[in-house]
Write a protein that binds this ligand. Structure first.
Ligand code: HEM
Length: 495
């Protein structure tokens, strides 16, 4: 009996030693780098167990104390934290760094092997198919669809005119849900009329429920998580979203197989264009992959565009001097009333473009990106072993006073041509860059401009305070915890 027990102890000890021996290069590297002391098992996980609005302060306290890269442990994962533009350039441009970190496995529960969460050859192949479809032509051909749903938003906003301060987020959110639903997924969501709200809300919950699990290493094993209320939320979200998207993917495949028109019609929603590619060669992706790509694209687009639009509205309210310039530009290029905009006008809206960019700077939707090198990677004489976690902070580089004259305020002049010319190109990367950059950036900029043109043509926006008064939460995305509060007045153009 005693000998058996002894044998078990020896085996466990040898497994323990083997595990740590294999990871010795990580411990060696960790000892070389600056960073906070870590506890056994949880590492520095407890430091991040704070309210969402405090996470930025926790990160700043680390980055103020230590030089880059800062190292920290999240459970058994070693992460190196980078935020200098020069480092970002090397990391984001490298194909060795195109692999998403294993920590995204908790996001995979919702997004499967969609573009955001997958890596390797399959990701490369599918990205090559999808990215070219989301081009400027796609945006221009879907302008009518965008405008149709924006018209409904304009009516709803008109009803809030002269009624005091209100939170503009939800109205914009439902508008983008309808736009993305029709142009990308081929569905009439009608969420602005109160339909399909269980799906819209379940999708919004992905961020909060997913993040909570991600940041609590003890919830990582299914064995523990399955007994928590988080698991129930997770299952509810997965059931609603997967089945909802599946329904539209099956309809698109059916449409393509039975109709004379094929998905190469550029006016077709994205889902039909992909269905057409699959119909011609069904080895390119299976139905499950198709569903996850479409859900990823829905989630990656409607939330991001909503937040940027809502924050820009707030900024125009808080900084009326910039709103005035942007509105006058819209008036001179697009006219005083909506519906008179042509696609070619968009490239002429240079001041509005600067305003949108400065909000993308202040609110980088993906504030932190995690990667895992597939081979050893050298940066500044430091050899980063493969499989070590790399964390890149877009949030920090976007506010680095080295690059930005007025880092914590809405300041569109940051994007004057002269300022852009002299700044490091990786000091501003709201859509990331390189092989994992955003595939929807053209559509995003188009949608943001179109909605803002309509809003500025019809309303004068008022607001209180200045940008630093907004309480930000920063987790998987950045958002305002103090709401998206504005007041609207009907715009009366001066003769
Ligand atoms: C203001 C709007 C948007 C912002 C700021 C934004 C930002 C980003 C960023 C920073 C990434 C890289 C994330 C990472 O590396 O972890 C990304 C990836 C992605 N975005 Fe966007 N995005 C926006 C809109 C859109 C839209 C409209 C679409 C789709 C139509 C879209 C689809 C995607 C997809 C599929 C990826 C994953 C690409 C890959 O890993 O290959 N995004 N986006």
């Amino acid at each position: 009996m005693a000998a058996g027990l002894m044998l078990v102890v020896v085996m466990l000890l040898s497994l323990f030693l083997q595990y740590h021996w294999k990871r010795r290069h990580l411990y060696k590297l960790s000892m070389k780098l600056p960073g906070p002391p870590a506890l056994p098992i949880v590492g520095n996980g407890l430091s991040f167990l704070c309210r969402h609005e405090d996470i930025l302060a926790v990160i700043s306290s680390l980055t103020e104390k230590y030089a880059r890269p800062v190292r920290f442990w999240l459970g058994p994962h070693l992460f190196l934290y980078f935020s200098y533009a020069e480092h970002l350039e090397k990391i984001l441009s490298s194909t060795k760094m195109a692999h998403k970190h294993d920590i995204y496995s908790f996001v995979k529960i919702y997004l499967g092997e969609g573009l955001i969460t997958s890596s390797g050859e399959k990701h490369k192949k599918h990205r090559k198919l999808i990215q070219p479809l989301l081009n400027a032509k796609f945006a221009s051909r879907h302008m009518e669809t965008f405008q149709k749903h924006i018209n409904i938003l304009m009516e709803k906003l008109s009803a809030s005119c002269d009624k005091g301060t209100f939170d503009i987020h939800d109205m914009i959110h439902l508008c983008f849900a309808d736009i993305i639903g029709e142009s990308l997924l081929g569905m009439q969501m009608k969420s602005q009329y109160g339909q399909n709200l269980d799906y819209v809300h379940a999708s919004a919950d992905v961020y909060t429920v997913g993040y909570k699990r991600l940041m609590r290493p003890w919830y990582h094993p299914d064995l523990i998580y399955n007994f928590t209320s988080g698991k129930k939320d997770q299952s509810r979200i997965v059931d609603i979203s997967y089945n909802f998207i599946k329904n539209y993917v099956i309809k698109a495949l059916y449409r393509i197989r039975t109709s004379k028109n094929d998905g190469t019609d550029i006016r077709a929603p994205l889902v039909d264009q992909i269905a057409d590619l699959i119909n011609k060669d069904n080895s390119i992706m299976n139905e499950n992959n198709f569903i996850y790509h479409m859900y990823t694209i829905y989630l990656a687009s409607e939330d991001t565009m909503t937040i940027i639009t809502a924050v820009l509205c707030m900024c125009f309210g808080m900084y009326p001097e910039y709103q005035k310039i942007a509105a006058e530009e819209v008036r001179s290029i697009c006219g005083e009333t909506s519906g008179s905009i042509s696609y070619d006008d968009f490239s002429k809206l240079s001041y509005l473009d600067m305003c949108i960019r400065d909000v993308l700077r202040l609110i980088p939707i993906a504030p932190i990106i995690a990667r895992q090198p597939t081979e050893d990677f050298v940066i500044d004489d430091l050899v980063i072993p493969k499989n070590c976690g790399i964390v890149i902070s877009l949030f920090e580089v976007h506010r680095d006073p080295k690059h930005w004259e007025n880092p914590n305020h809405f300041h569109p002049d940051h994007f004057l041509p002269e300022a852009v010319r002299t700044r490091h190109p990786f000091a501003f990367v709201p859509f990331s860059a390189g092989p994992r950059s955003c595939v929807g950036k053209v559509l995003a900029m188009f949608g943001l401009k179109l909605i803002m043109v309509n809003i500025l043509q019809q309303f004068e926006i008022e607001g209180d305070g200045k940008f630093p008064d907004i309480v930000l939460s920063c987790d998987i995305t950045v958002r305002s915890l103090s709401g998206y509060n504005v007041r609207l007045k009907k715009r009366m153009w001066k003769k």
